[in-house]
Ligand binder design. Sequence first.
Ligand code: HEM
Ligand SMILES: *[C@@H]1O[C@H](CO)[C@@H](O)[C@H](O)[C@H]1NC(C)=O
Ligand SMILES: *[C@@H]1O[C@H](CO)[C@@H](O)[C@H](O)[C@H]1NC(C)=O
Length: 511
Amino acid sequence: MILLYMCCRLFFSCWVFPMLAYRKLKKNGLHGPSPSFPFGNLSEMKKKINIKSSSSFGSNSNIITHDIHSTLFPYFDRWLNSHGKVFIYWLGTEPFLYIADPALLKKLSTEVKSKNWGKPAVFRHDRAPMFGNGLVMSEGDEWLRNRHAATPAFKPTNLKAIVTLMVETATKMVDKWTTLIDSGTREIEVEKEIKATSGEIIAKTSFGISYQSSRAGLVFQKLKALQMILFEPNHFMGVPLGRFLHPKKTLEARRLGKQIDQLFISIITARKQSSPTTPPWHDLLGLLLQESGTRELGSFTKGLTTQQVVDECKTFFFGGHDTTALAITWAMLLLAMHPEWQNQLRKEIREVVGDKQIDVHMLASQKKLGWVISEVFRLYPSAPNAQRQAREDIQVSDKVTIPNGTNMWIDIVGMHHDPALWGEDVNEFKPERFKDDIHGGCKHKMGYLPFGFGGRMCIGRNLGFMEIKIVLTLILSRFSFTISPTYCHSPCIMLTMRPSFGLPLVFQPLY
Ligand code: HEM
Ligand SMILES: *[C@@H]1O[C@H](CO)[C@@H](O)[C@H](O)[C@H]1NC(C)=O
Ligand SMILES: *[C@@H]1O[C@H](CO)[C@@H](O)[C@H](O)[C@H]1NC(C)=O
């Protein structure tokens, strides 16, 4: 009986349900070639295409190309050519609607209230050890409440104190670099350095603990291990029972997830035992704990449960430093390739900051730095895509309805590199695009989405932008830098977009 039941279940989940979903999509006017089960298009996505690999991704800065979409996503690039900017593909037995069409996104975000968006169930499940049901993954009323609870942590009055902390932390990093350079080391692997600094910033600003504290250090170490396991190209994503094909990894991910939870529970306990008058109670952790009603661990009476607080902590710990650090890293690469922009920014720093301590108002006056960062986000968006799942039928036009349950994959890199939206110079670094237009002259407002879109747009975007400005300002005012001959240009996706082999740069002191 049990065997029969298992077989039936497998048959339904591998074939009947996906086929029904496919029929429904087709009936509703959405097309794509018929899928094969149970692997869908994974085999084609697995194939490595070497059109632009090693040979032109060389070590010489003269041949670093920013035309990265076809290298990162050869399959999407091919399907874009054959199927257009909206089509269906299959991650195993899960149909995904691929979207690189800003007009459709505009339509979707006017049709659907932010509360009614879901996140794909496959990802919610696979990524649970990392994000739990934190803000990135939660839905409906739970999402709405937690978003409201977290929002005050990012309000302007809080940002002022945060600026001071950011300056202190980043100054420590450039001091360390100065010591290294003075002692004869010219080459520094900056990705690792920046990652540690932005980790320390999020730990201090949101949780009131230091990166050096053993708990925070362990959390970062384990989050990194988890990221390696969860986001190395997984050929069985979305295949029913796929997790049983990689039992070792699935177990390891769960184990790491539990250990991270434990670390956060001890961080939370320590906070509760500290005197409630000790600042900063208005930081993110403080706000979450207030929302959890009674401050007893394990309280399920009202507000957030302990597990919910832990999930939000995980989400912010990871989301708060990885994307920001990568944006700074890519900015360093682009500035190393463009010394003329380094000089322009230094001139602006002299005019705006001079010898004074950086504050919020100065950051707002650093216009050119703002254009440079926006252009970095366009060419190398550290969050390369956004995902949604429909929780209701969405009427897109007379003929087309996106049925309840449809997964969506929004290709941010694809839109940022689309010549039809940006013109023929789409793959060139031209910060002046953003001079008079916050959308960088993109032909459609929804074609530039470094922080996502709609009500689920990134909650930390102002904080992140501030941090990038501060760190770059401190670096630029002390050193000039060029690309090391050992750098190999090979962006890759592990949830976020990173340089595969780090970013070694050669520094010249300016003092
Ligand atoms: C500066 C670099 C950053 C980039 C490029 C970035 C990018 C993004 C993107 C693309 C999304 C998804 C939006 C969507 O699905 O439409 C997102 C969501 C989110 N980000 Fe960021 N982010 C950055 C910094 C931060 C920081 C500093 C924090 C926290 C301190 C943060 C916390 C979050 C959270 C909690 C969400 C989920 C929001 C929700 O669904 O309501 N991010 N981010
Ligand atoms: C997905 O795979 C099927 C075969 O399994 C193939 O016929 C189809 O063309 C692929 N989809 C796309 C979007 O290319
Ligand atoms: C969408 O589908 C889910 C699951 O099948 C169902 O629970 C939900 O009520 C549906 N939503 C609407 C608005 O019909």
